[in-house]
Design a protein around this ligand. Sequence first.
Ligand code: AHG
Ligand code: MN
Ligand code: MN
Length: 316
Amino acid sequence: MPATLNRIAKEGVNGSAMMPIIQGVGRAGIEISALLRGAVFRDALGVAGSENIQGEQQQKIDVLSDDIFLDEMRSTGYVCAVGSEEQEELLVIDEYADADWLVLVDPLDGSSNLDIDGPVGTIFSVVKRKTANSESPHVSDTLQSGREVVAAGYVLYGPSLMLVCSVGEGVHGYTFNPAVARFELSHPDMRIPTSGGYYSVNEANADKWLDGVGDKLESMKSTTGLGMRYVGSMVADMHRTLLKGGIFLYPADEKNRSGKLRLLYEAIPMGFLMEKAGGKAYMSAGVAVLDVEPNDLHQRVPVYLGSASATDSLLG
Ligand code: AHG
Ligand code: MN
Ligand code: MN
């Protein structure tokens, strides 16, 4: 009998509380996967004609995935509010406004890959509210550092549908088995290889990077001999980095002076997973992503995620 998402209930102190929420993420993943596979037949590809709070063009699938994710979080009955990359304000789930947990989400990550049938993902994390359960959840409940995160993970929409997550006790990967319509444990206790792998970065920005990252990368390339891979979907690039080793980075540059990736929806959840898998997650030399105290729901940070050897080699 294969292990399913139900096993999360037995993991650590928060497993039983997190299981229904992660099962909700799994249902959202199944539904978003179906949406992606049928998108071309339903005129669901292309831009929605709106911008998100970051001023980025929303794709129709960004908007639909956001709706699906919110519905599935509501259906768990355990989530009081959702903070989404696609929503300016915190979305309070009125029916369960007294529940304990808030979820932060990038519903559709890597949207530049949508039109080319490339891999995309969903990224999430869960924090416990700070306000009293008798009050309405507040945006301040979401502004917690990665050290307060209770669970995080991602769904990868690739050749197979995968859910990779941690409730603080290691990182485990589940693959959707379509024959029985459930996620089954396929990658128990994922650990990033201590050496080898790839560096993964949009090197076209090299001449605009701040903080001398260009020179540091050249030096790292010559000392480590790492190969290079870049999809442009953080979920896909992170998944490869976890399985094969090396480093994924998105440095600050002249255009994105605070970095491009979002602290709460991308950097913290992936940093949480990377640390739980034995790797490192920095926003700059010596500053761990998980130690950053967020001050804004949509804040951005530079990101360096990888093995200890690769991050040390790059950042010193
Ligand atoms: P999103 O589609 O959620 O806006 O995220 C896109 C992000 C991330 O997935 C990826 O690592 C990065 O943007 C790629 O950026 P470039 O195209 O600038 O390389
Ligand atoms: Mn993203
Ligand atoms: Mn997104």
